[in-house]
Write a protein that binds this ligand. Structure first.
Ligand code: ZN
Length: 142
């Protein structure tokens, strides 16, 4: 018994679930910045559990910000170390040492975020205007 209500998954529930996941992740991010790793992991854990229960996939940016090994929120400069090079983004979890690698998107989509990347934009000083390719996806935050 006890499995009778399994499969109740209306669109509304999914929406609420993904909303909660986002909230939990933003909390986790805050704790990651503050250094409260215990609370951070609890938020991430809960978010992942909600995702599993309601079959909601984590958005890619959140999924990439998650250490699947220790449930850390991978915040560059706080809980993770990010290197960009060779067409890859390498994220190292500073808490457990797990390394994840992602391929860089082919140019054109422009949706990728490179937090604190080591690559610097050196092409903007060219006098002749290049057409098109001026995707400036660099964030100068922090
Ligand atoms: Zn980890």
């Amino acid at each position: 018994m006890g499995r009778s209500r399994r499969g109740v998954r209306t669109g509304q529930m999914v929406r609420i679930a993904s909303e909660r996941i986002h909230i939990l992740y933003s909390l986790a991010r805050k704790e990651a910045g503050k250094g409260d790793h215990q609370l951070m992991r609890r938020h991430v854990q809960l978010a992942r559990r909600i995702g599993t229960r309601y079959n909601v996939r984590l958005p890619r940016d959140l999924s990439r910000a998650t250490c699947k090994d220790c449930n850390a929120y991978l915040l560059p400069g706080a809980t993770s170390f990010v290197r960009v090079g060779g067409g890859l983004i390498r994220t190292t979890c500073e808490l457990c040492g797990a390394v994840r690698r992602f391929g860089l998107e082919p140019a054109g989509t422009g949706r990728i975020k490179t937090p604190q990347s080591e690559t610097s934009i050196s092409q903007k000083s060219q006098p002749t205007s290049t057409q098109g390719n001026g995707t400036r996806s660099k964030e100068e935050s922090n």
